[in-house]
Each structure stands twice: as C-alpha cells, then as structure tokens.
Design a protein around this ligand. Structure first.
Ligand SMILES: CC(=O)N[C@H]1[C@@H](OP(=O)(O)OP(=O)(O)OC[C@H]2O[C@@H](n3ccc(=O)[nH]c3=O)[C@H](O)[C@@H]2O)O[C@H](CO)[C@@H](O)[C@@H]1O[C@H](C)C(=O)N[C@@H](C)C(=O)N[C@H](CCC(=O)O)C(=O)O
Ligand SMILES: Nc1ncnc2c1ncn2[C@@H]1O[C@H](COP(=O)(O)OP(=O)(O)OP(=O)(O)O)[C@@H](O)[C@H]1O
Ligand SMILES: N[C@H](CCC[C@H](N)C(=O)O)C(=O)O
Ligand SMILES: [Mg+2]
Length: 492
C-alpha cells in the first residue's frame, strides 16, 4: 500500500495530474474486471478494445486512481495522464512493489522452443541446491510449491511485479521466467532486473504477430539489450546463448554483458558429446566449463540435451556446483506435456508433446525415429487465429517424418476447423493421410490403428487441459483422452 504521491515522487516520465487527490493505492491492474477497492487502474489501448472505456467499471468496483493517455472528463478520479501508459506502468509497478527483482536472482529465457522445459530443469537444480524458487511460464506461475494460474506465458507488468513481491514475501531467491516475443515486443518485462538471459533457438512461429522473421528476431534480441544496462561487479550479468543456432551471433551482439555459449562442439564454452538417445533415457558427456562428466537423464531427445546445456550453463554461472547439477539432471522425471509417455500396458507407445511449430515437430519426430521399430502415427493440428504460414509446414514435417499423419483440430479458436485443416493439407504431397476434425476421435483412431512396436505422437497441446473452439473453452486433455481410451480397450 502506498500513497499515490509517494509513487509519483521519482517518476522520470512527463505527466499531468487531473483531479488532484492523494489516495492510498492498494494494487495496480490493467484489467477492470480485476479491480478491487484502492486500485490504480491503468488504461491500455489494446488490439481489440481500449481500456479507457472501462474506467467507469473500474470506478464502480473501487478504483481510486487512473493512469491514462487522454483525460476522461466524466471520471471524478484522480488521473495521471502520460504519453505511454504501458511504459509508465512498469516504473510505477516497480515503485509500488519495492523493486522486487533487484534482489532476486532473475533468469529470463527466450527463444522459439525450450523455454518451459528449461525453467523446470532449473527449478529442479536450484531446489536441489536448497534455494527457494519461483517460476513464471506457459504452464503456470509457481511460488515454492504453490501453483497459480496464468493467462499469458509472460504476463503484463502490474500482474508480474505484484507476483514478484509475493515471491519475495515467500523468501524466493531464484526466479526463472519465460520471456515470450509478444512480451518483449509489447514491453511487458521492462524494468525487470534480469541477471541471466538465456537464448534457446529461433525458428518459425508467430508470423501472424511479427511481420517477418527479422521482426521476430529483433523482438527476442530486446531481452539481451535490456540485460544489465549497467555493469554491476556485485551481481554480474551473463547472456547464455546456444552457439549452434543460426542466429546466435545476433544475440551475442545485442548484449554488453559477458556471454557464455553452449552447443554440441568444443567451440562452445559448455558442450555435450557422445550423445546416446533411447526411448527411455538420454546420455551425454558434458565438457568445457567443467571437468568431463557423464549424464544420464530421463528427458528424451537431442533437443533436451540443448535444454540441459542451457540450464547447466545458467546454474554454473549462478554458483551451483556440478555435483548438484548432475544430481538434478538425473532425477528430473520429465516436464508435463513435453515428450510425456502415456502409461499403457500395450506393446505400442503413445507420446504427448507440445510441439506446435515446424521445428519442434521435426525434432520430436526425428527423436522418435531414432528408437521406433514399428510405424509412427502423428496426430497433429494447428491453432486458429495464429500464424497461418506454419500450417502447411507442420503438415509437411508430419508427412516426412511419420508413416501416418492424422490431421485434426488443435485450438481452432474463432476459425473454421476445416479451413485450418485445408491450410495444412496444402503442405502434403501424398494423399496417404487421415482427416478427423474431432480431436478425441482422432486420438482414438490412432490408437485403433496402432500395432505392436508402433509409436503414436499426439502433438501440439501438451499440458493444455482445454480446447478453445469458437469463443468457448472446453475441458480437454490429450494425455487423459489417450489414457482413458487405452484403459477402456483393455477392459473390452
Ligand atoms: C496479441 C496479444 O498479445 N494480446 C494481449 C493483449 O491483449 P489486447 O491488446 O488484445 O487487449 P484488449 O483485449 O484489447 O484489452 C485492452 C485492455 O483493456 C482491458 N480490459 C478489457 C476488457 C474489459 O472488460 N476490461 C478491461 O479492463 C484489458 O485488460 C487490456 O488491458 O494484452 C492482454 C493483457 O496483457 C493479453 O492477455 C493479450 O494476450 C492474448 C490473450 C494472447 O493470446 N496473447 C498471446 C498471443 C501471447 O501473448 N502469447 C505469448 C506466448 C507465445 C509463446 O510463447 O509461444 C504469451 O506471452 O503469452
Ligand atoms: N531446445 C529445443 N529445441 C527445439 N525443440 C524443442 C526444444 N525444447 C523443446 N522442444 C520442443 O518444443 C515443444 C515445446 O517445448 P517448451 O514448452 O519447452 O517450449 P517453449 O519455448 O516454452 O514454448 P512456448 O513458446 O509455447 O511457450 C516441446 O514439446 C518439444 O517438442
Ligand atoms: N504459446 C503458443 C501456444 C500454442 C499452442 C497451440 N496448442 C495453439 O493453441 O496454437 C501460442 O500462443 O502460439
Ligand atoms: Mg513455454
């Protein structure tokens, strides 16, 4: 709780006060539906609606101050009028919650794939190192062992800084967060004092939002430009970068801070060699920053070697010993919805994975190819109201790396599911595929078709427990649907 005047004392932006008052602010929000007594309501002009239009609702629900870009003559509330509400909000949220990220070890992870996986690997490492952890990302926000639902992979600043304060109150000292390109483009993470920024990889996604791959890359680079805009000998900053990615040099150039690279060759500071992949475990030898050490992990696939390298480099630079890191890499059972095997008593395997980009789908199918002895079935769809250009590419990857493609719906959102599937079909060369719009039926179909030694990949929705059709959200869980059907068949 702070008086408005106190919050404004150090505001470095130009502002104008309308209806001067000095209320006590209890919290800040950009969403009128979340306003409670004492709120400062920040009015954001969004892509779909203008937050200024909800000032009355905010007032009715107990807001005491407004952050606005133009005067709202009908409102009796004190208004702070600024040029860019979103930018000012980052500063005010920092002031309100006492710069919570300046004292926590903050790790920001960006890249097309691997962000969620790395946050969970780091959580396991830091927990083993007896640290108090928090994580922010696609699946949830976690403070210690408590889970909180999250609307966006990377939420907006008022929600974020409020959560950071809650983390501090829970004595969290290490926070890992995914930083999406949308968040970087919109400036949702301005003012966060990251200590380590991690880059995983850059391949096609989100070209509905970013006009080109270059725009997408430049958005991601912002995390590295933001990293420690000052040199701090007490809390040194590091950029941890996948040297094997084609765009690595851009990310290295973007930062003023020391760079630690990882990859699969000795050209990187930390590297993995002698990789052995199987259906149940992954083995590799780590070298470079550490004396050679052999790791056996339950995380499957070469891409997970990259994720473990990123987490290891980050943990080493955070002061964790290699012994602790090794123990954590070897104990982590897996990450929900990421190459997750459905427990079955069958002689074929069913894997649920969140691959929703051409590159991640290719990686996962290539991994399956390394151990599959029978046929590979790929159940795949693409999200509606999202990058349309990835649809034919994903279908093409499925056709190339699996034996039977079953095209189905992902989250069609407001698009016609059939249109999405038609877009996917444009990437297919043969007519040897199945279309089943109903995702549940598609999963059942794959299971009906599978024989001994076959592998079914159910791609795209991973941990999600819902399906968005039109504007409605229905309960849906790939793992559960597959599991229930397998049980039913066993009972029949
Ligand atoms: C395209 C995009 O990123 N949109 C984000 C944006 O929404 P928007 O600009 O459309 O907001 P809006 O609906 O026009 O509303 C404008 C303002 O009015 C407010 N409002 C609105 C209605 C109301 O009744 N009362 C009210 O106060 C809203 O809270 C908002 O502040 O700002 C919202 C609030 O911060 C976000 O929740 C929303 O994310 C939507 C849900 C979304 O789907 N975003 C995706 C694309 C996204 O950001 N994804 C990345 C992950 C991608 C990845 O990693 O692969 C993410 O970080 O989640
Ligand atoms: N390092 C990696 N390189 C390529 N593909 C990966 C990598 N790690 C994971 N994947 C694949 O991408 C999928 C998503 O992984 P993960 O959830 O960790 O990524 P993310 O970056 O958090 O994705 P999102 O942008 O949706 O939040 C996994 O299910 C797997 O198929
Ligand atoms: N964070 C990703 C998730 C995609 C998951 C997929 N199931 C879909 O709905 O498209 C996005 O917003 O593009
Ligand atoms: Mg994620």
């Amino acid at each position: 709780m702070k008086e408005l005047q106190t919050l404004l004392e150090r505001l470095p932006f130009v502002y104008q006060i309308i209806n001067e008052q000095n209320p006590v602010i209890t919290h800040m929000t950009t969403d009128s539906r979340e306003v409670k007594a004492g709120a400062l309501f920040a009015c954001i002009k969004g892509y779909t609606v203008d937050g200024h239009d909800f000032a009355q609702q905010a007032y009715d629900q107990g807001a005491v101050a407004l952050l606005v870009e133009h005067e709202l003559t009908d409102s009796p509330l004190v208004q702070i009028k600024v040029k860019d509400v979103f930018r000012v909000l980052s500063f005010l949220a920092n002031e309100m919650y006492d710069y919570p990220t300046n004292e926590m070890h903050m790790i920001g992870i960006t890249g097309t794939n691997g962000k969620t996986s790395i946050t969970y690997i780091l959580e396991e490492i830091f927990k083993k190192n007896k640290q108090q952890t928090a994580l922010v990302g696609t699946i949830q926000m976690k403070i210690g062992d408590k889970s909180f639902p999250i609307k966006n992979t990377t939420p907006e600043p008022s929600y974020l800084f409020n959560s950071f304060q809650a983390m501090k109150q829970a004595n969290v000292d290490h926070c890992m967060m995914e930083v999406s390109s949308h968040a970087l483009e919109e400036g949702r993470v301005r003012g966060i004092d990251f200590d380590i920024a991690v880059f995983t990889n850059l391949t096609q996604d989100h070209l509905d939002y970013h006009p080109s791959m270059m725009d997408y890359r430049l958005a991601k680079e912002r995390l590295f430009q933001q990293l420690g805009n000052r040199y701090d000998p007490v809390r040194p900053k590091y950029a941890v970068i996948n040297a094997d990615d084609a765009y690595a040099e851009h990310f290295i150039h973007a930062t003023s801070q020391p760079v630690v690279t990882y990859g699969l060759t000795p050209a990187s500071d930390l590297y993995a060699t002698d990789i052995q992949l199987s259906a149940t475990q992954t083995q590799f030898t780590l070298s470079g920053m550490v004396d050679e050490v052999r790791i056996t992990s339950k995380l499957i696939g070469k891409f997970n070697v990259y994720n473990m390298l990123a987490a290891t480099a980050t943990a080493l630079k955070s002061g964790v010993s290699m012994n602790v890191i090794k123990a954590a890499l070897e104990s982590l059972p897996g990450v929900k919805g990421r190459f997750q095997s459905v427990q079955t008593n069958t002689h074929y395997s069913v894997i649920v994975d969140y691959a929703h980009t051409p590159d991640s789908l290719k990686n996962v199918l290539e991994t399956i190819q390394t151990f599959a002895t029978g046929k590979i079935y790929c159940v795949v769809g693409c999200g509606g109201d999202r990058d349309k250009t990835k649809r034919p590419l994903m279908a093409h990857v499925s056709e190339t790396y699996s034996d039977v493609t079953i095209l189905t719906s992902d989250n069609p959102r407001t698009e016609d599911p059939e249109t999405i599937i038609k877009d996917m079909e444009k990437g297919l060369e043969s007519s040897n595929y199945v279309v089943e719009i109903d995702r549940k039926q598609a999963i059942h179909r794959a299971i009906d078709l599978a024989r001994e030694s076959d592998v079914i990949l159910i791609a795209g929705k991973g941990h999600e427990t819902y399906q968005i059709i039109g504007r409605e959200t229905y309960p849906f869980d790939d793992y559960q649907v597959a599991h229930d059907y397998l049980e039913k068949r066993l009972g029949d």
